[in-house]
Design a protein around this ligand. Structure first.
Ligand code: GDP
Ligand code: MG
Length: 188
């Protein structure tokens, strides 16, 4: 496991996207990578993408893992050769159950890291996707924001993979910036 002693390359950022099935994890990633919204994107397996990203003039290599929700957390963490630099935990604003799952996932990941005694505090971003479905909303913006405040180093955003490319791009770039800053600080 990567601890605080090992210097990580701030130009290489590894993200894991997690959340319940159907919340739009793949749609968000595909929107970011291709600028397009692909309505039905079913792969059924974990996929990791590599993408060069320009962050205010500086190029970084982003590795984005579209993780399966059924993966066992302990197994997932123990089999990784290097841990992610950030987690993006997604729920759908139109599905309360997915919000509750996202909240438990955030707590479980933090707990696992504590048990593994990794001192590095990995940043999280909690994302309420499908914000275009306002008429079907089951989770308010305030609830999402408040949930993120209960977890250390967690920020919050709402997004719509279906309707907004600039918002999705900003979301991912924000996560990369957060992870990069965190890597530089914890590598000291
Ligand atoms: P995943 O299982 O979390 O990877 O979810 P998918 O990316 O496969 O998306 C599940 C379903 O939600 C698909 O039918 C998508 O078209 C739809 N979807 C994804 N993002 C959005 C969104 O922002 N708004 C709306 N209205 N539908 C979305
Ligand atoms: Mg998917």
């Amino acid at each position: 496991m990567r601890g605080t002693q090992q210097i990580s390359d701030p130009r290489f950022i590894k993200l894991v996207i997690w959340g319940a099935k159907g919340v739009g994890k793949s749609a968000l990633i595909v929107r970011f990578l291709t600028r397009r919204f692909i309505g039905e994107y079913l792969s059924g397996r974990e996929i990791t993408y590599q993408h060069e990203v320009n962050l205010s003039g500086e190029w970084i290599t982003a590795e984005i893992c579209d993780a399966l929700p059924c993966t066992s957390l302990h197994k997932h963490l123990s089999t990784m050769t290097s841990h992610p630099d950030a987690y993006v935990i997604v729920y759908s604003v139109s599905e309360r159950e997915s919000f509750e799952y996202a909240c438990s996932l955030m707590r479980d990941v933090r707990r696992c890291y504590n048990e593994l005694q990794d001192e590095k505090v990995i940043p999280f971003v909690l994302v309420g996707n499908k914000s275009d479905l306002d008429h079907l909303r089951e989770v308010s913006y305030v609830e999402g924001a408040e949930a993120s405040e209960t977890v250390t180093a967690c920020s919050f955003a709402e997004a719509s993979a279906a309707e907004s490319f600039p918002e999705t791009e900003e979301l991912f770039k924000g996560v990369f910036r957060l992870a990069k800053t965190n890597n530089i600080l914890t590598a000291r």
